[in-house]
Design a protein around this ligand. Structure first.
Ligand SMILES: O=C(O)COP(=O)(O)O
Ligand SMILES: [Mg+2]
Length: 238
């Protein structure tokens, strides 16, 4: 089985792009518009991972604005401010471009699976220069399901015409681990992202292989393929 038949699906926020500064700024502008004081950036970063509706709900709860403030109104404010902050303060993480280049050279097919809404995702991928690497993008509102459901991962494989059994996910949070396990894909977690409640020690992180950089992926995947080939030989000779 060649590398060209394999899909590497990659999360966006906290894995490809350090987008927390943009998200924090938009969330705090939303709070300002609601007459509330800003939250520390670390608090808001800890709320990233399950998509915008969950982020806004968590921010409102942290400021004791729920249920007094209408969630949809707050979401509308967030989206409006995020349109202005998206891609302005964040950066592509170190090792990402090297990793994507190396994976592409090795023949892997690349896709992005994110819980960020599609419009904001496409804009961020375009201005950060990452869009040309990604054959397919499945965002938070592309289909009816987000991670931690398996569907977005399976949908990305379908879009690429690949068997999900040939896919792996690289992400940064417990949401990614859960989605990958649901889709029965191996999962690699970057140590630098936004892991969510409980951090990397959380039970939800079990089953993940931790990496420091996307640039480690080609070597890890080729080691996995060799291991797979050895066990296939063993099985067939038994
Ligand atoms: O929008 C979010 O909450 C997280 O997005 P991600 O799936 O790219 O990490
Ligand atoms: Mg993420």
């Amino acid at each position: 089985m060649g590398a060209h038949e394999r899909a590497v699906l990659i999360d966006l926020d906290g894995t490809l792009v350090d987008s927390a500064p943009d998200i924090v700024e938009a969330a705090n502008r939303m709070l300002g518009a609601l007459g509330a004081a800003p939250l520390p950036s670390k608090t808001i970063s800890g709320f990233i991972g399950n998509g915008v509706p969950t982020l806004v709900r968590r921010v409102l709860a942290a400021c004791s604005l729920a249920p007094a403030v209408d969630e949809e109104r707050a979401q509308g404010l967030f989206h409006r401010h995020y349109e202005d902050t998206n891609g302005r303060f964040g950066n592509v993480f170190p090792g990402v471009v090297e990793g994507l280049d190396a994976l592409r050279r090795a023949g892997y097919r690349l896709g992005c699976v994110t819980n960020k809404p599609e419009k904001a995702t496409n804009f961020l991928l375009a201005i950060s220069g990452l869009a040309p690497y990604l054959e397919t993008v499945v965002a938070g509102d592309t289909i009816a399901y987000m991670k931690p459901y398996a569907e977005p991962l399976l949908h990305a494989c379908r879009e690429m015409g690949l068997d999900p059994a040939l896919g792996v996910l690289v992400g940064d949070s417990a949401v990614d681990v859960a989605a990958a396990l649901a889709a029965q894909m191996p999962v690699y977690i970057v140590r630098y992202g936004y892991p969510g409640p409980g951090g990397h020690a959380a039970v939800g992180m079990r089953g993940a292989v931790f990496i420091d950089s996307l640039a480690e992926m080609p070597a890890l995947l080729s080691a996995r393929a060799k291991l797979g080939a050895v066990s296939e030989v063993r099985y067939s000779s038994e």
